[in-house]
Design a protein around this ligand. Structure first.
Ligand SMILES: [Zn+2]
Length: 148
């Protein structure tokens, strides 16, 4: 297997999505450079990824809500040692969790790759914004970079 890896960017190894119908709206929105989250139609709790039941009220129905595409670094790690030889060109890179704006501060978080940043100065609480990498017609990968 060969990949094109860039320092700081975890390479997209998968080129096909295998999303269920339940989460397909997330990937469809990403193709249009939009970040969305599922929200419980009964109590308003954000659910990302959406499970079959709301963890607050056990309601089943959801609606998809467009988010601003910004957030704050909630947690992260810097990977300096490649997990596989093909990842050597990508290190060091930062991966972690972003808390998404528009989810009332208590809802949706995403595991992401933080790009276009100095991994030695990245900090918890930094403001970040989404980047949409269109891998192909079917797949868009969402990463986050420091907000400018
Ligand atoms: Zn609910």
């Amino acid at each position: 297997m060969s990949i094109n890896a860039t320092q700081g960017v975890f390479p997209t190894i998968m080129t096909e999505t295998h999303a269920s119908e339940f989460v397909q709206p997330f990937w469809d929105a990403a193709k249009k450079d939009k970040l969305v989250s599922a929200r419980c139609t009964k109590c308003g709790t954000f659910r990302l990824p959406p499970g079959p039941f709301c963890f607050e009220c056990q309601h089943r129905e959801i609606e998809w809500v467009e988010l601003p595409g910004t957030g704050r670094v909630y947690s992260f790690v810097v990977v300096r040692h490649p997990l596989a030889e093909i990842l050597q060109p990508a290190v060091p890179y930062a991966s972690g969790i972003v808390e998404l704006d528009g989810t009332q501060g208590a809802g949706s978080r995403m595991i992401v790759n933080f790009i276009d940043c100095d991994v030695d100065t990245l900090q918890i609480g930094d403001e970040v914004e989404a980047d949409f990498e269109h891998v192909n017609d079917e797949m868009t990968v969402i990463r986050f970079r420091p907000k400018r």
